[in-house]
Design a protein around this ligand. Structure first.
Ligand code: 5GP
Ligand code: MN
Length: 340
């Protein structure tokens, strides 16, 4: 953080009584982790804090301390709409553009409150008085740590700050297996560990917390649905609504699945298609890549989405067979780079 950013944030916080923290739809460990960690700090500062998520957060993150305090926009729209009209400050975490908050975007944009953005997605596009955007950072949770550290507020923090920060950093780096070579990350972890968090337990809480159904779903997809385009070093699979029903799919059950094809030697791109459980002609797309292959470009050109260089997402408004055709076209379009 620059000195200017810190000074401005400090004065914005000093002036604010009611602060709304919000994150993106389908919140992941980093979205929730950064929001819960900052929420804890602001509560200690005596602020009236409301944490808002656009919709449901996954089952495998329900153990996070204070997650029960998070208000869902899809459940309490009127309350949040009013709150956004009267609060003093809105802090947007882990998203770069209002549309990532889905149905909440309109109320967020219309809010007269001052806004702060803390995020690590490229291309920040939020009308904020302070934008702390660091695409090179592992996670928004890391940025929250840095902010709190620089404001001199780390010392008084305890587990309810350290656990969500660690969780966000861990989940956005796949358990520190990608986007995680900055030495600072390990300094930050060493500091978090002084708060007596059990990092091994956090790992188990996140990654070894699935149902039997989830494990069998993964087995099914890898055995029956995965298509590997070996010459192009790409793979994709589609999860139909029938698959979801058969394995009693709940939110979060597909988490991490899209990374698995990258375990194949030499594979550069993995694409996941998942039919929405309720809405027809809505397919959720996840993309993962390795090294310099830009899956965010593929997401932007073919899947109405975007994201990071190696982890992106989007959606298609069509049937699964049509979505598969789009995937094939996308792989064709990038064949030159992928085949190398
Ligand atoms: P996931 O596959 O886990 O849903 O998303 C992977 C990454 O892509 C996340 O960092 C997420 O923020 C980003 N992402 C997912 N969907 C979109 C989208 O529609 N637009 C943009 N810009 N980023 C997305
Ligand atoms: Mn993130």
């Amino acid at each position: 953080m620059t000195v200017g950013e810190c000074t401005l944030l400090r004065s914005l916080l000093d002036e604010a009584g009611t602060v709304v923290l919000c994150c993106h739809q389908n919140p992941d460990g980093d979205a929730l982790g950064s929001m819960l960690a900052l929420g804890e700090v602001l509560r200690q500062l005596g602020k009236d804090v409301v944490m808002v998520a656009p919709d449901q957060y996954p089952d495998y993150l329900q153990w996070l301390p204070n997650s029960e305090k998070i208000v869902r926009y899809d459940k309490r729209k009127d309350y949040v709409d009013t709150l956004l009209k009267v609060c003093d400050l809105v802090i947007c975490l882990d998203f770069n553009t209002p549309s990532r908050t889905d149905d909440m975007a309109e109320a967020l944009c219309a809010s007269p409150a001052k806004k702060v953005l803390i995020d690590h997605h490229p291309g920040p596009d939020i009308d904020a008085v302070l934008t702390i955007s660091r695409p090179e950072a592992s996670s928004t949770s890391e940025l929250v740590f840095r902010v709190v550290w620089q404001l001199g507020l780390f010392e008084q923090q305890g587990r309810h700050f350290a656990v969500p920060v660690y969780t966000g950093m861990m989940t956005d780096t796949g358990g520190f297996t990608y986007n995680s070579s900055d030495p600072d990350i390990y300094y930050i972890i060493s500091q978090l560990l002084t708060k007596h968090i059990d990092k091994d337990k956090i790992y188990r809480n996140v990654y070894h917390n699935y149902s039997e159904n989830r494990l069998r779903l993964v087995g099914h997809v890898l055995c029956h649905n995965l298509v590997v385009d070996a010459p192009r070093h790409a793979a994709y699979y589609a999860l139909t609504r029938q698959d979801l029903k058969r394995f009693h799919f709940i939110k979060g059950d597909a988490e991490g699945l899209v990374n698995m094809p990258l375990q194949i030697k030499g594979l550069k791109l993995s694409i996941s298609l998942r039919e929405d459980s309720d809405k027809d002609n809505l397919v959720w797309v996840s993309l993962r890549s390795v090294d310099q292959f830009p899956c965010n470009e593929v997401a932007a050109r073919f899947f109405n989405g975007g994201g990071h260089l190696n982890a992106s997402g989007g959606r298609l408004y069509c049937s699964i067979p049509e979505a598969i055709e789009t995937v094939k076209k996308a792989i064709d379009a990038f064949a030159d780079v992928l085949s190398k």
